[in-house]
Ligand binder design. Sequence first.
Ligand code: NAG
Ligand code: NAG
Ligand code: NAG
Ligand code: NAG
Ligand code: NAG
Ligand code: NAG
Ligand code: NAG
Ligand code: NAG
Ligand code: NAG
Ligand code: NAG
Ligand code: NAG
Ligand code: NAG
Length: 753
Amino acid sequence: MLWSVGLLLVIVAAVVIDTCTVDPVDVVFVLDSSGSMQTTGFQSERDFVKQFTDLVQIGEKEFHIGVVQFDTQGFIEFNLTAYFDKTSIKNAVSNIVYRNGGTTISSGLSKASDVLKQTSRSSAVMYVVLLTDGDLYSDKDATFSVADQLKLNPALRIFVIGIGMAVPTEDMKQIASSASYFLHVNQSAELAAAVSATVKITCEPIEDCASSPCQNGGTCETKHPAYSCKCPYGYSGARCQDYDECLSNPCYNNGTCYQGRNLYYCMCVPGYIGSRCETNYNECSSNPCQNGATCIDRVNGYTCSCVPGYVGVNCETDYNECASGPCQNGGTCVDFVNFFQCRCPPGFYEDLCETGICHPQPADMIFLLDSSVSQTEQNFKNQLHFVSNFTKQVLIGPNDTQISVIKFSSDAMIEFDLNTHDNNISLNEAIQSIQFKPGITRTDKALLKAYEIADSSRNRLRPNRKRARVFVIIITDGMSTYREDTKNAAKELKKLNLEGIATIGIGNQVSHQELRDIATSSSNSPNVFSVDNFDSLYTIVTQLVHVTCKECSKSAVSDVILMIDESVNTSDIESLKVFAGLRDTASKLIQFMDTLGNKDNDTHVSLTSFSNNVTTHVRFSDNLSRSELLLNTSRILHKENVISNISSALFYANMHGFDETNGGRVEARKFLVILTNGRFNLDLYFELEKERSLENKIKIITVGFGSNINVDQLQIIATGPYHVFAETDDSSTNLEVLKREFMYNSCNLDFTD
Ligand SMILES: *[C@@H]1O[C@H](CO)[C@@H](O)[C@H](O)[C@H]1NC(C)=O
Ligand SMILES: *[C@@H]1O[C@H](CO)[C@@H](O)[C@H](O)[C@H]1NC(C)=O
Ligand SMILES: *[C@@H]1O[C@H](CO)[C@@H](O)[C@H](O)[C@H]1NC(C)=O
Ligand SMILES: *[C@@H]1O[C@H](CO)[C@@H](O)[C@H](O)[C@H]1NC(C)=O
Ligand SMILES: *[C@@H]1O[C@H](CO)[C@@H](O)[C@H](O)[C@H]1NC(C)=O
Ligand SMILES: *[C@@H]1O[C@H](CO)[C@@H](O)[C@H](O)[C@H]1NC(C)=O
Ligand SMILES: *[C@@H]1O[C@H](CO)[C@@H](O)[C@H](O)[C@H]1NC(C)=O
Ligand SMILES: *[C@@H]1O[C@H](CO)[C@@H](O)[C@H](O)[C@H]1NC(C)=O
Ligand SMILES: *[C@@H]1O[C@H](CO)[C@@H](O)[C@H](O)[C@H]1NC(C)=O
Ligand SMILES: *[C@@H]1O[C@H](CO)[C@@H](O)[C@H](O)[C@H]1NC(C)=O
Ligand SMILES: *[C@@H]1O[C@H](CO)[C@@H](O)[C@H](O)[C@H]1NC(C)=O
Ligand SMILES: *[C@@H]1O[C@H](CO)[C@@H](O)[C@H](O)[C@H]1NC(C)=O
């Protein structure tokens, strides 16, 4: 029933204070203090509250009155326990200041709710009396929501008095506890007429079980101050309006269910997500595993399956393969990802330096040093350094390499015999104390002394019952005083069938003819070495070490990529000559390679050239013969004004060059021979590609040509110091060494027997 003011006017006179049958009663007035009320309107609201106060019984056990007002915000003027007498309440109401602002009804209701929560009595029937002339506008949802919250309490009612023509009647009815709790007046002046109706409302007994307030089959019990609902299993709330979803165990995987009003939520155990904890959280989704590892999701965790070479929870640590000390014979271990490399001391080879090329096969090395006038004292000292350096490349000892030195000028003198010094320290002291003694060049006498020593060595067994291989190394300018005698002495020496006689030409005027006469030949190349200066003796030292180790020069399976630097700088006349020289050098290598062929166990060659990228001329799978390879090599053309990109060259070798699609063999040793003078800059990809080549076990050998070689650069590119070769126009001795390199490195022979 909608109350009308006309009806109310009739009722007013009949209302007396003592007709109230329900108490205690807590009433909170919510007064509209917005601008539209105007001062007079707000005054009417104040009067309304005062008149109400006059009509009811105020006291600790009877009516309690509180007031809030709102404009844009809500304000608590006084709470339900502030005053317990009419005068105080009316004074307080008179003192309420009109705010003259906007209209936010929800904030007024919220404040009323606060007052009730804080100061209402549990035994009391509660009323919120809202007076307003306003519209809800955007505050509608919030207002309904606050009102609904309040109305859930069975002992609470909202009574709304709409003032003026603009009031949205339907909305106000929705705020009110029911349509019958809404009253409309046309203007604020008519509020006075509504006082007694309001009193009557608040004095009525609260809605009882007759209205069937309990939902979902709840049973209603009449109680003071309001009915209460006894809910069936699963339902809760004052009116059994809430279903307890948790009863159906909606949370999976041991999640805990929490029941809220009309909703529940699941608190999941660690590792699960989803509104019902139905999903095992994929800890892998954050990609925690590093370095290419595979992530395996587990409940509340993950496991990284590392690629070989990495360890750690997230595979973050490069496993140090060197930790176990895998390198033998004093090799230095260098750790890479999933790979280590042994840097072997001189004389040791293979992956773990386990194979000593020159060990344990004993060797006798007889050095003949030229002390004639044609040598300066400095040159002689350099010879001594050379021998000394050589001793560091081999193992000195009674079962290993032994060294004898013969100095010659006008005479030949045995400085010490092979077994005089059986350790490197005393041997080196002896070498360094040899004095320069100039005279004429009696190479013949030196060769005769060498004959004596070599002959006795041939018949001597070492402590380990092995016979040594004997080498004679003559360092001279080849300008002996008695040429014919020298030749004859050499002929005698050769009759001993020694392992090798090598000559090293030094000085400005070397007689290559004499050096060749003295030296023995190995296969198609004589053991003749010539050097312009002693700085390049290092290479020769390496060669000599190899000369002493012929056992290993057996057939080997090697894949060799020859890669010629094709870049030519047209402003630099030399550079075209360098290109031609590099190409010739490649041809020489092809000629010298003993094991070259297209059979399974032969050395296979792929021919390429590079500048800013790599061009493949011949693949391993082309199976070309030696002469075809030479022809293809001769057809490689230079490129003008392009840069040489060594990173791209290494990239090619790492990615494609040795591939099976190119005819590369999985089991073969991989050699990348880069022919270049190294006159270019390395870019930032170089280190990476170099490291990859080590991982791929590609041995990089650099060969330079001409006088303008950047040796430092060639060293950086090459796998190690043994892998750098510098070629001059007329010599091919270095290539001989290189050829052996291909073979030694693939040597798997056991030297011990
Ligand atoms: C109610 O109002 C009185 C008087 O202003 C005050 O002392 C009391 O703290 C208030 N109670 C609450 C719960 O705010
Ligand atoms: C309120 O105003 C409406 C419309 O002008 C009118 O019909 C109604 O009679 C008025 N009520 C009172 C009590 O004046
Ligand atoms: C749930 O808890 C029980 C008892 O502690 C346990 O046996 C079960 O494995 C748990 N299930 C899950 C998915 O964690
Ligand atoms: C001498 O040989 C020993 C044992 O092989 C070695 O440790 C040492 O470094 C060598 N000394 C020189 C000066 O070569
Ligand atoms: C040389 O070899 C023999 C027999 O193998 C051994 O007894 C001797 O100790 C070795 N000498 C040295 C210095 O290693
Ligand atoms: C040879 O030894 C000398 C002195 O011991 C040294 O200065 C020189 O660098 C060494 N040369 C090489 C190539 O090792
Ligand atoms: C080419 O050679 C000229 C002269 O030597 C030099 O100035 C120039 O830097 C070189 N260009 C390149 C790309 O190397
Ligand atoms: C190379 O292989 C051929 C046949 O495949 C065989 O006859 C020959 O003995 C092998 N050579 C070596 C050195 O193993
Ligand atoms: C190599 O470089 C040249 C010049 O930049 C370019 O024309 C050519 O396409 C490149 N070749 C390849 C295979 O990338
Ligand atoms: C190499 O040269 C041969 C003979 O001239 C020729 O038939 C072949 O096409 C060339 N091969 C390559 C890969 O250039
Ligand atoms: C090269 O030899 C291999 C093995 O003998 C063979 O499979 C391949 O077809 C040959 N390639 C050519 C181009 O003849
Ligand atoms: C060299 O080649 C690599 C690999 O192809 C490339 O990433 C790099 O940019 C090149 N460097 C220069 C300086 O051209």
